[in-house]
Design a protein around this ligand. Structure first.
Ligand code: ZN
Length: 225
């Protein structure tokens, strides 16, 4: 194990609900899982997130009159995309994907459990006021850099990476270990937003050891830039 003890990998929402066969399936999202498992072998600190909604959650189109999935409505805290019912607490749709093989992860943070607030970010709910406690957990453990992977690039991954940057962490997204929904250009917008907030876009090759050079530590190199 040669990763920096100052860095954490955040694996966002690799759940049945967001992979093919799930209620809010992101095309081909299951294909990034082997890469995430490989990357995870090189991190000492790993946090998994799990979208975890009550049945009556405000983000479900079914809970609004005359609404359909992917409509956008205005809530007290701002714009909200309405989704199909997904990741309901305790259902198999909400379970972590069976191919995800990271038993060494230390924390599973569940989000979106407040009925009236959605939570794309692992750090902050969508009202931008209610914290999940993750920043405190990481800071108390001396972690100052986060590497984000998972689903979906343009929603939960982007919001997590941006909040990490806002909260003072060095924030990286390992682009080829994420998969996006891309709703009306949302993927491109998300990358622009992330870049504007100082999030760095990197690739799996940037964090995996270089073959025949197992002494190198790519993450230390990135952090020292
Ligand atoms: Zn959700």
């Amino acid at each position: 194990m040669f990763q920096s003890e100052r860095s954490a990998l955040i694996v966002v929402d690799v759940q049945n609900g967001f992979t093919p066969g799930g209620n809010l399936a992101v095309a081909e999202a299951d294909q990034i899982i082997p890469r995430i498992n490989e990357i995870a072998q090189y991190f000492d600190n790993i946090v998994l997130t799990q979208d975890w909604h009550p049945e009556n959650h405000v983000s479900f189109a079914d809970n609004h009159a005359n609404a359909k999935p992917f409509d956008t409505i205005q809530l007290s805290y701002g714009k909200q995309v309405l989704w199909p019912v997904h990741c309901v607490q305790g259902t198999s749709d909400a379970a972590l994907h069976p191919d995800l093989n990271i038993p060494q992860a230390q924390l599973v943070i569940r989000k979106g459990f407040h009925r009236h607030i959605d939570s794309y970010s692992a750090f902050m709910e969508a009202d931008h006021k209610t914290t999940t406690g993750l920043a405190g957990y990481l800071k108390e453990r001396g972690i100052d850099s986060v590497f984000v992977v998972g689903i979906a690039t343009d929603f939960c991954v982007a919001w997590t990476a941006i909040d990490a940057a806002k909260m003072g962490f060095k924030s990286f997204v390992i682009s080829d270990a994420t998969k996006g929904i891309d709703l009306d250009g949302s993927l491109q917008n998300a990358w622009q937003d992330m870049t504007a907030h100082g999030v760095q876009r990197i690739y799996a090759k940037d964090v995996l050891p270089i073959e025949q050079d197992i002494c190198s530590n790519p993450v230390e190199y990135l952090l020292n830039q």
